[in-house]
Design a protein around this ligand. Structure first.
Ligand code: HPA
Ligand code: ZN
Length: 335
C-alpha cells in the first residue's frame, strides 16, 4: 500500500551524482568496449567490494568505476540509464551533479562529459517527459586552482549548467578552501550548493552558508546547533537528505536512528534523495520506502518530502508551480 503510494508519488531528486548511478553491468559493458580492464573480474566480485566504513572507502571505488568513461557516448549511456529509472519511479525532475575533474584529471575533455550528459537530458525531456538540470561539482580533495581551472573550462557550456556544488572527501577540506572559486562561480551566474555536515562538523555548514552563500545543503546531518538551525530556517534553505547513503557510509548506524524526524520537528525543510544509487542499495523510491518503514512515516510526511523536492528545486517559479499542481492532483485522486 505505502510502497505503491511512494512509487506513484510525483517527486524530484535533488541530490544525485551521475557517476554514482553507474550500475556494475553497464560499467563492465563500457569497460569492455573501451578495452579497459577493471580490477574486478566480474559483476559479483565488484558488488562484493561495496562494503564501506566511511565516505573515503566509497569514494575510492566510485572514482575507479568512473575511470572507464572515455567517450561522449559513455557519458550519454550512463545518464540515459539513470533517466529511464527516473521515468519508472515518477521522478518528474532531477538535478544531476557531475564531477568534471574526475574525468578531466584523466585526460577526458570537459566538453565530452558535459555534452554526453546534457544530450541524454535533452532526449529524456523529449522522449520520457523527465525534466533535469545540471550541477557541476568541484572535488574538494583537489586544489582551489584545479577548481578555478574547471570553472574556466565550463564557461563555453554555461548555458547547459545551472549550479555549482562541492563534493568528495569532506574532513580536512572545509568550504573556506573554495570561497574564492564559489564567489567567481556566482559571478558567472551559477547557483551555489555544497555538501556540508555529512562527516564534517556544524562549523562546515556555517562556512558553506556564510562563505559559499549556498542555496541548498547537501546532507546536513550535523546541523544540530540551535543557532545554526535558526539560520538555515531564516534563509529558507532545504536539506537534501540521503538515507541509504547515510547507513552505507556509517554516517547513521541504523535508519531507525536517522535524524530526519528531528530535522522536521525543528522545522527544517527536508527532501529525500539517493546520492549514489548504484552503490548504496537503492534508487530514490527505495530510500522513501525504507525510511518510511524504519520510522513509520505517514503519507502526509511523504507528501511533504515530495512537495519540498519541487519547492526547493532550482527551477523557475512557473515550472515549480506546474509540478506542484501535478502533485496536488495526484494527492486528490489517490489520498
Ligand atoms: N559525499 C561526498 N562526495 C560524494 C558523495 C557524497 O555523499 N557522493 C559522491 N561524491
Ligand atoms: Zn552526495
Amino acid at each position: 500500500m505505502m510502497n505503491k503510494f511512494i512509487s506513484l508519488l510525483p517527486k524530484a531528486e535533488l541530490h544525485l551524482h551521475i557517476e554514482g548511478t553507474f550500475e556494475p553491468e553497464l560499467m563492465f559493458k563500457i569497460a569492455q568496449r573501451n578495452n579497459i580492464k577493471l580490477e574486478f573480474n566480474s559483476v559479483e566480485e565488484l558488488k562484493k567490494a561495496y562494503q564501506f566504513d566511511c565516505l573515503q572507502d566509497f569514494l575510492n571505488i566510485y572514482y575507479a568505476g568512473a575511470s572507464v568513461l572515455i567517450h561522449e557516448q559513455d557519458c550519454y549511456d550512463l545518464t540515459w540509464a539513470y533517466l529511464e529509472e527516473c521515468a519508472k519511479q515518477n521522478v518528474r525532475h532531477t538535478e544531476i551533479m557531475f564531477d568534471p575533474q574526475t574525468h578531466t584529471e584523466r585526460g577526458v575533455k570537459f566538453e565530452t562529459v558535459v555534452k554526453g550528459i546534457s544530450n541524454a537530458c535533452q532526449d529524456a525531456k523529449d522522449k520520457l517527459n523527465v525534466s533535469s538540470l545540471l550541477i557541476m561539482s568541484y572535488l574538494r580533495h583537489l586544489s582551489e586552482e584545479s577548481a578555478f581551472k574547471t570553472l574556466e573550462e565550463s564557461l563555453p557550456y554555461k548555458h547547459l549548467i545551472k549550479a555549482v556544488g562541492l563534493d568528495s572527501s569532506e574532513m580536512g577540506n572545509p568550504p573556506s578552501k573554495f570561497q574564492r572559486v564559489f564567489e567567481a562561480s556566482i559571478k558567472e551566474g551559477y547557483i551555489p550548493v555544497a555538501h556540508a555536515g555529512e562527516e564534517g562538523p556544524a562549523e562546515y555548514i556555517w562556512e558553506a552558508l556564510n562563505l559559499l552563500k549556498i542555496k541548498r545543503i547537501d546532507h546536513g546531518n550535523n546541523c544540530f546547533e540551535d543557532d545554526l538551525i535558526e539560520e538555515i530556517k531564516k534563509r529558507d534553505i532545504a536539506l537534501t537528505v540521503c538515507p541509504l547513503s547515510n547507513t552505507a557510509l556509517r554516517v547513521v548506524d541504523d535508519l531507525k536512528n536517522h535524524p530526519v524526524l528531528k530535522m522536521m520537528e525543528k522545522g527544517l525543510k527536508v527532501t529525500i534523495n539517493s546520492d549514489d544509487p548504484a552503490y548504496f542499495g537503492g534508487q530514490v523510491n527505495e530510500n522513501y520506502i525504507q525510511l518510511q518503514k524504519a520510522l513509520n512515516l505517514t503519507k502526509d510526511q511523504l507528501i511533504e518530502f515530495a512537495e519540498n523536492s519541487f519547492k526547493y528545486s532550482l527551477l523557475g517559479q512557473k515550472e515549480k508551480d506546474d509540478f506542484l499542481n501535478e502533485l496536488n492532483s495526484f494527492i486528490k485522486t489517490y489520498h
